[in-house]
Design a protein around this ligand. Structure first.
Ligand SMILES: Cc1cc2nc3c(=O)[nH]c(=O)nc-3n(C[C@H](O)[C@H](O)[C@H](O)COP(=O)(O)OP(=O)(O)OC[C@H]3O[C@@H](n4cnc5c(N)ncnc54)[C@H](O)[C@@H]3O)c2cc1C
Length: 394
């Protein structure tokens, strides 16, 4: 097949699907190669800040996403010992008006399904499920992407490859073997409960963030407020790769004993089942080499404490397309442009995520100082500190 103006994307996660849409829009035929035989995003929630929702709206997805997303009114930051509010960061209309794009809470499966539906309805994009990327070989006029199957293989010749295959990226392993993921000594537990079973304290239109010694808990509504998504972050050494290891409630409960706030504990106890995964980051982001570009977690997996991992993958997809538009006849130059446009911002968000993780888990006098500072600043000024993230435009 003639590779000109055809790109392959390894991975049909949020980053890969968004990139297929942005790249097709600038006139490229796109083949998405996804190793799974069906698309089944983990059953968890996602916060989509305006910098990301803006890109998705621009792709014509506003109506379908708005019908399933929730626009929260505020983020409540709560001291896990006293159970008292430290600050409330106003979201809702304030954010939509200020940044001209909404802050959404959405089920990950709903976002992936919306993107996949759009991809399937777009004639210039082909989604191939059960096609695992194993190897890429560089040639003068493009690259060949290969899947090995015992003694045989299948191959696809394209102009360039985009590695969007997540934190354990096989593309990154081959092209940037030096840039491996690093374990953070943090473990995320996620669960979902029926909103009808939530304690009364829970405000059904708000994000709740409890900050406690060596652990924090985030809870927010998803799926038309019918369910509550819970993510508990604890410290530990368990570091098996993967996303969905069943977790025992009793093991988690050990991290949330008294004096943890009764309401947070009630939410945790009301959650019927848990899945856990070890948190890794790719601390030295990689973006491009020759005719291969990287995006999303494959390029720069980050800790989830700024709620920006998917948002950065979505931004990457927009900037990659814009960079190619700027250098239409030279993909290598376009990829260099993309790297220059992304490196500083992504690294800054990675740093913020690490810092937030430390701040959320402070103990003793340090946590008292943190709470006082946040109270003094107040919700509006705390929100204003996110301007550089939310106000971004492609
Ligand atoms: C606890 C937690 C909470 C989070 N909360 C938020 C949040 O609120 N807001 C936010 O913006 N982000 C959040 N994130 C981050 C976000 O989930 C990720 O950054 C985002 O999903 C990454 O998308 P991706 O497309 O790069 O990778 P992935 O979603 O991992 O997709 C990679 C795809 O590649 C496929 N694949 C893998 N290997 C191959 C191969 N060899 N060949 C072909 N296909 C392959 C996989 O099957 C998968 O479909 C959170 C993360 C965690 C851990």
């Amino acid at each position: 097949m003639e590779p000109a103006r055809t790109l392959a994307i390894a991975g049909a996660g949020i980053g890969g699907l968004t990139a297929a849409l942005t790249l097709n829009r600038i006139g490229y035929r796109v083949i998405i190669l996804e190793r799974e035989t069906e698309l089944t995003e983990a059953g968890a929630g996602l916060q989509l800040s305006p910098n990301a929702s803006r890109v998705l709206i621009d792709l014509g997805l506003e109506q379908s996403l708005a019908s399933t997303a929730i626009t929260p009114e505020a983020i409540r930051v709560i001291n896990a010992r006293s159970g008292r509010d430290i600050a409330r960061l106003p979201l809702g209309e304030r954010v939509s008006t200020r940044f001209r794009a909404p802050y959404w809470l959405i089920h990950r499966a709903a976002l992936q399904a919306t993107l996949a539906a759009k991809v399937r309805a777009t004639p210039g994009i082909e989604l191939r499920l059960g096609w695992r990327f194993d190897e890429v070989t560089d040639e003068a006029s493009g690259v060949t992407v290969i899947q090995r199957r015992g003694m045989s293989y299948r191959a696809e010749r394209v102009q360039a490859l985009i590695g969007a295959d997540g934190v354990w990226s096989a593309v990154r392993q081959q092209v940037f073997p030096e840039a491996g993921p690093r374990f953070s000594r943090r473990i995320a537990w996620r669960g979902m409960i029926d909103a009808a079973h939530a304690p009364r304290f829970f405000e059904k239109r708000n994000v709740h963030l409890w900050m406690g010694p060596n652990a924090h808990l985030v809870a927010y509504p998803v799926v038309g407020s019918g369910s509550i998504n819970l993510v508990a972050i604890v410290t530990g050494e368990w570091n098996k790769p993967g996303w969905s290891e069943p977790g025992h409630a009793a093991e988690l409960a050990r991290h949330f004993t008294k004096p943890w706030d009764d309401f947070a504990r009630a939410l945790i106890n009301a959650t019927p089942s848990w899945r856990k995964w070890a948190l890794f980051e790719v601390p030295n982001p990689v973006f491009a080499k020759g005719a291969v570009a990287m995006l999303g977690d494959a390029a720069h997996a980050m800790l989830p404490f700024a709620a920006q991992g998917a948002a950065m993958a979505i931004e990457d997809a927009a900037v990659l397309a814009r960079s190619i538009e700027t250098h239409p006849d030279d993909l290598t130059a376009a990829f260099r442009h993309y790297e220059t446009a992304r490196r500083a911002r992504v690294s800054r968000v990675q740093r913020l995520s690490r810092q937030n993780g430390q701040i959320y888990h402070l103990k003793g006098v340090a946590s008292t100082a943190r709470d006082q500072t946040m109270r003094l600043l107040g919700g509006k000024r705390l929100l204003a500190r996110q301007n550089w993230i939310y106000g971004w435009r492609p």
